[in-house]
Design a protein around this ligand. Structure first.
Ligand code: ZN
Length: 288
């Protein structure tokens, strides 16, 4: 069986989707980079919290325990995308500690849980998108819409830092400013995994399982527009391929009616739930 053009290009697109598992479930799921944060925020339709921290700053020292171990904050943080911008002193690097993630042992930052020093240093680059001042008080909390624009009224900058309650209150306001359905970090990981499975079934020409999987994404109770669109696009392309197979079988009918009938029966069965299946059923009736 050859794949129609639409389906082949769809496979390329879908195989690129990925779900980055959080490094540990008991820490904030820090984004790997500003680019990754923007993509995740768009896919989940949620705001981004960009926090700017530094060493030997009493306000930051007071905030680290929130990021590292405040269960209420860590759970709530999964409603948004979190980015840690933290430049360590060059002569006094944070150092690493070994953490078990699944079956692997990885070296993570000694100061902030669930992140490597490389990632929190890389994310410092994002600060210039919002702050051009030569001097500002640290810590800073910046709240950003999924389109990358800052919610300026929610910005905090002050040497005293923020409490978990103050950050949660800002988080609620930030969430209220983003209209439409939103996905938690866990929901996003789950739907990305389903999209991945759908494309894997498709790569094996298992249209039935692929359709079932994309329908799960399309009909998910908790979702965001990105996933509904992805699933609808995938189902439309699979259907297009099914209709192409129906047309091919109809043409084949003149020379090999037995094979044509078998092909149509297979499309009717494998593409159940899509228009292509009905078209195959109709063709089977008229070609009798
Ligand atoms: Zn570090």
């Amino acid at each position: 069986m050859k794949l129609g053009i639409a389906l082949t290009s769809l496979l390329g697109v879908l195989m690129a989707s990925r779900a980055e598992p959080c490094q540990a479930k008991n820490c904030v799921a820090w984004a790997d980079s500003w680019g990754a944060a923007l993509q995740e925020a768009r896919e989940r339709n949620v705001p981004i919290l960009l926090t700017v921290q530094q060493d030997e700053n009493p306000g930051c020292d007071a905030m680290f325990p929130i990021f590292n171990g405040d269960g209420g904050f860590i759970r709530a943080s999964r409603q948004v995308v979190c980015v840690m911008a933290y430049m360590q002193f060059k002569d006094r690097p944070h150092g690493t500690r070994k953490v078990k993630v699944g079956n692997q042992v990885v070296e993570m930052c000694k100061v902030i849980n669930g992140i490597t020093c490389e990632v929190h240093e890389r994310c410092v680059g994002a600060v210039a998108n919002f702050m051009s001042e030569a001097k500002f008080d640290i810590p800073v909390q910046i709240w950003v819409k999924p389109d990358g624009k800052e919610m300026r009224d929610l910005r905090f900058s002050g040497v005293e830092g923020q409490s978990a309650g103050e950050m949660l209150s800002a988080m609620k306001k930030a969430l209220d400013k983003v209209p439409g359905p939103k996905l938690s970090r866990d929901g996003w990981e789950k739907l990305n995994k389903l999209l991945q499975e759908g494309s894997e079934h498709l790569a094996k020409y298992d249209f039935k399982k692929s359709i079932e999987t994309y329908k799960k994404v399309k009909d998910a109770k908790v979702t965001a527009p990105h996933f509904t669109r992805k699933a609808e696009e995938a189902l439309a392309s699979i259907n297009q391929h099914g209709e192409y197979l129906v047309e091919e079988a109809k043409q084949l009918h003149a020379t090999d009616p037995k094979k044509a009938k078998e092909d149509l029966e297979r499309v009717a069965k494998d593409f159940k739930g899509l228009a292509a299946s009905q078209k195959a059923e109709e063709a089977l009736k008229t070609l009798k």
